[in-house]
Structure formats: C-alpha cells, structure tokens
Design a protein around this ligand. Sequence first.
Ligand code: GLN
Length: 553
Amino acid sequence: MGEKGAKFIFVTGGVLSSLGKGLASASIGALLESRGLTVTLQKLDPYINVDPGTMNPFQHGEVFVTDDGAETDLDLGHYERFTHAKLGHNNNFTTGKIYDRVITKERKGDYLGGTVQVIPHITDEIKNSIRLVSKGVDVVIVEIGGTIGDIESLPFLEAIRQFRADAGKENVLYIHLTLVPYIGTAGELKTKPTQHSVKELRSIGIQPDILLCRTDRFLSKDIKSKIALFCNVSTDAVITAKDVNCIYEVPLVFHQEGLDNKIVELLNIWTRAPRLEDWQNLCHQLLHPEYVVRIAIVGKYVDLTESYKSLNEALSHGGLPNKSRVELIFVDSESITPNNCVEKLGQVDGILVPGGFGSRGIEGKICAARYARETKVPYFGICLGMQIAVVEFARHVAGMLKAHSSEIDPTTQFPVIYLMTEWYDEKSQTIQRRDMHSDKGGTMRLGAYPCKLISETLAHKAYGKEEISERHRHRYEFNNEFKARLEESGLVISGTSPQGDLVEIVELINHPWYLGCQFHPEFKSRPMTPHPLFREFIKAALVKSDYRRLTCA
Ligand code: GLN
C-alpha cells in the first residue's frame, strides 16, 4: 500500500488523562532508535483549534515550536527530546486542521458534487495525514490525544481502525495506556478500569495488541495474567508503566518490562539488540548530582509548570554538565516590587525571565532584571525576558526613563522594543511587512532563523561557533533606532541576523553572566546534548552559589 515498508504504532489512552501518553510514545521512539531503527512521531489532537498557537498556556500548557515554524502540542517537545526525529507542521494534526483541509477541498469542488461526510472524507484525510510523515522512516508512532470514550476523538479512532486494513495487519500495532490504581483500603491493585477501557476500545473495533499499565508498583504475574485474560492480549503484552523519579527513566523501565522486544516481535522487525548505555548514564547523572543551584523563574504562568515544559527540561539538562541539580523557584512577577526584590530573589543563584505575551506582571519582571544586573546575579532573559532586559537597561542605564516595549505601551517616547514594520526575512528571502492591524495568527516570526555571533562575547564562547540557528515565536523586535545609544551606554549586541538588521542576543560586560536572547533556546535542548546557553547559565549560577553541595542544601 504505498507505505514503502514503514510500520505504524498507534498509541491511545484510557481511563483518564495525564497518564503520560506523550512520554510513553516518546519512550517507545527512544527504544526503537536504540535498536537502530529510524522513527518519527505524530500527535493527533481531537480539539477544534487549527493549532494550539492561540490557546491559553494555562489550559493547554506550552506551545512547542518546530524548526519549520509550526506551533504544536507540547508532546512534540517530548518526542524531540527523546528521539532524533525531525518534526514539523505535519507531525501535529487537530480536528480543526483536518476539517480545514476538507472544507477547503470541498469549496474548490474537489469532491465533485458528492456529500462530504465524516466517513469516508474526514477519516480519509486523517489517514492521508498519517501517511504524510511515513516517508523514509522505519516506524511511525502516532499518539491520539484525549481519552477513549470522548466523542471528539471518534473520527481519529475510526481512521486508525481502518488503517490496519489498508496498511496490512503485520504493519500496524495498537498500544493502549491505562491506569491500574492501587486501592489502599483494599490493599490491592485494581484492574477494572483497564478492563472497561479496553472494552470501550474494542466496541469501536480496535483490539489493542499491547497494554501499558500506569501504576505505582510493578504488576505481578498474576495481575498481568488477569488483565491479559479479560483484555484478550498475551500476558507478555501487559507492560508495567511504573511511576519513575525522572522522566528519562521511562524507556529503561519499558525495556525492563520487555516492551521493545514485544513491539519488534509483533511488527516482525529484525533489529540489533538495544543500546541503552546513554540512557542509563543520563539517569545516573540526573539522579546523582553533586551540587544544587536555585533558579528563579519570574513569570506569569507560575501556577502551571506545564506552561514552561521545555524550559524546565532545558534547565535540568543545563545542570548535567555542571553536576548540578537545578531547583526551580517559580516567582509570580506580579508579586515583585522594587522594595521586595531581596526578599523574593535574595536566595537564588540565577534569575530567568521566560517568554510571554501581554502586560501582566511586566514591571515586576523589569524589577527582577534590574536586581540581577545591579547585584550581579546571573540573568537569562528569553524572548520577552530579553526585551525586558533591553527596556530595563534603557531606563536605568541609558537614561531613557520612560522606555518601554510598544507591545505594552504603544505611545512610549522610547519604544526600544517595537513592531518592526518591514524586514528582510531570511527564510523566504523576501521583504516582510506588517502593522498593528495585521492578523494576530500570521504576524509572528516563527521557527528557525540563523543568527551571527560576535567574537569574544558570552554567546560566542557558549556556542563556540560563528553562526547558529534558533527557533522564534514573537512579534516584537529590538528597535535599531536606539541601538547606538544603548551600545554607547554599554549594552553588548552579541548576535544579529546575518544581514544585521534583527538583534538576536544582548548581554552585559562587568557582570558574571547576563544575557537575553530573542529566540527560544529551550526548544532545542536535549538531555544528551544540553543547550550551550543553559549550560553556561547554570555554570554561572553554580559559581554564584559557591558550589553549594547537595548534601548541605
Ligand atoms: N510578547 C513578545 C513578542 O511578541 C515576546 C514573545 C515571547 O516571549 N515569545 O515579541
């Protein structure tokens, strides 16, 4: 069937959400790669938004950005951190995006007067979308968002049900993640929720081949046999998905339970033995640090750490080469004032102001940046955090007291950060234009852009090369009109677009480590290859902490 040898694994979830379906899918990818296979991953999300770009991070968590500028579900972040898959627009489809395509075709008359229906038109479009990512890889892992029983996910489930008949039985595997709770009063693990969830799945025509059972303890042979019997799978296809201390242990636990063996057996793939030393070393490093550094994240979405998923991971990766555990202290920027910085930030070894939109808590972030600059605490500003650093510097060092970003104050006398109306776009190699009235969805600088580094700067030392590529997601830019004045006052511009018109990185001298970047480096950090800026930021924080040992923390 045109799949040219690619095999497909569909991962569904039952009982309740938040069982870790994204991490499970990513871990399956990691295990298959460890056997020498090439993989890609795709997320199918049942919600109606065309992409999560416009969704509130409080509700949906972080928006993950790919090199090609897609705004995607945060699970794609897990996929990229756990595997070498190159992900982009086609790796995340929502109901909205599928319908958008079908309706566009319908308007063009592509259906030749036929009645357009969920089956077959929507399901065909879903199947086409799955096939889009299958070229050149051995295995495609497709995660279906939501929980079995949701009305919304039915067309996706119907499409993957049909997929087995299209692609051939031996090329498709269904893996179902469920919960096996331990009920303290009964002193037992309960299999009923799993039985019900599988029953539901079977009622729509999907018989799972493998069950991943999320639980807090290893399942005994007896429990596995019971689940196997009721759910019609073999006992060795019942896998304990045990809670772990760190997410990078998941592939190891799955392997110990025989998951990768079972997958290659069922899909009839011959591979080498898995090589998991890297994962073992990584977990050892993560679980046995020597030092601890405390980093304040001064932001808006402090109540929901899901909003900063990649950031949290990148910070933890940055700790690895420094033998440090990175303790995150989320500080609500609205609570910071010039008078309470010592109280709020006095105990930390580094301050990070992450990306964000809108004016809430802005003055608190500016206070934090000023405190970091003046008291020489390492500072890392990401996107909005870089813009904040520029505004703070303009106000308190370069004498532009009312300086601001025009996102927050459109009438400011000193718009040091502003909406660039015309610039040269390296990606499309065209001149781009926009103004205040441009459509919100289409006016962001999104995805990977090249950046040229200036020698002898913190940035250059961290990366160790002249040109880098990093991912963006923002609308406002550094205003070159104030460049000379800011530079004269001591602001160092250490990275720009190759043409020089977009400022990408700023930093300070006479400070241990103070850097702001217009891009989001956290999207490209990997546990095995921590991002250089995070590595250097944590190093500076470690020095600031005077190498605080973990035991006396
Ligand atoms: N709100 C700012 C802008 O649009 C920063 C965005 C961000 O931090 N991702 O430019």
